[in-house]
Design a protein around this ligand. Structure first.
Ligand code: HEC
Length: 238
């Protein structure tokens, strides 16, 4: 009995210690207190568990924030244009959202081309065309569906991270990776009509891949190629 009383007293914690001492001659009361102590203990345990999980979540959040901050800092240090890219990626939602449509072409409120996927999954013509152009001109290096390869980056990500004008610039003028061991080259396509005439198509397709609103493979349903598109295309290719 002594051990029970002792454990009861212990469980009651310091605040209730005097009562536990009194329980020496009031066993019944002590037993009752022990029950209560057990309840309190259970409650305390639940609270401790809750606190632990809250701490875990807070830690994860802090780690996330730290990682983002480090990445941003590293990028900012590395190259200035990349710092601009980091900013662009934070603005991604504005970079995607359709603001208006003109002859089957969709734009954001900043007049930058974007894709459109109807509720039934029908993609706009530009997106579909981009899918085709990508797989004829870019996929050898950048991998199928904009997924990237060991040789060249995942363009589905680049299209979200990069500003439209930077994206166009890299394709037009090419780029050579800077770095001691790097020997990867993005060719300049500035004089290649099969690319330059479809640069918006490529861009919107890759953005749609970036958000995964368009899955891998050939989009099943598409809007029709319209007369305005045909005219622009003929002018450019001719
Ligand atoms: C011969 C291989 C090759 C082909 C073909 C090619 N690329 Fe690239 N591309 C690269 C390499 C390699 C890089 C990375 C260069 C660097 O690190 O500076 C790159 C980088 C890029 C970037 C910059 C990506 C970023 O996140 O910084 C864009 C945009 C791009 N390519 C678009 C295209 C498009 C669009 C096509 C098709 C019209 C294409 N590329 C075809 C090899 C290629």
């Amino acid at each position: 009995m002594k051990t029970i009383l002792r454990s009861a007293a212990a469980a009651l914690l310091l605040a209730t210690a005097p009562i536990a001492v009194m329980a020496n001659d009031k066993i019944a009361e002590a037993e009752k207190m022990m029950m209560q102590a057990k309840e309190m203990q259970a409650e305390a345990q639940a609270m401790a568990e809750k606190a632990a999980s809250m701490m875990e979540a807070a830690k994860a959040e802090a780690a996330d924030a730290a990682a983002t901050a480090t990445a941003a800092a590293a990028e900012a240090k590395d190259e200035e244009p990349q710092a601009a890219d980091a900013e662009a990626s934070e603005e991604a939602p504005d970079n995607i959202k359709v603001s208006y449509e003109e002859d089957g072409k969709y734009f954001t409120e900043d007049d930058v081309p974007t894709y459109n996927v109807a509720e039934d999954g029908t993609v706009d013509w530009y997106t579909f065309s981009g899918f085709r152009r990508y797989h004829s001109e870019c996929h050898v290096c950048h991998g199928p569906d904009g997924e990237g390869s060991t040789y060249a980056p995942a363009l589905k990500k680049s299209a979200l991270d990069m500003d439209y004008y930077d994206f166009v610039d890299v394709i037009t003028n090419g780029r050579k990776a800077v770095g001691a061991s790097a020997n990867s080259v993005m060719p300049a396509f500035g004089t290649n009509k099969n690319v330059m005439c479809y640069i918006d198509d490529l861009y919107v397709y890759l953005k749609a891949r970036g958000t995964e609103e368009v899955g891998r493979g050939r989009p099943a349903k598409k809007e029709k190629k319209n007369d305005v598109y045909r005219e622009i295309e003929n002018d450019c290719m001719g």
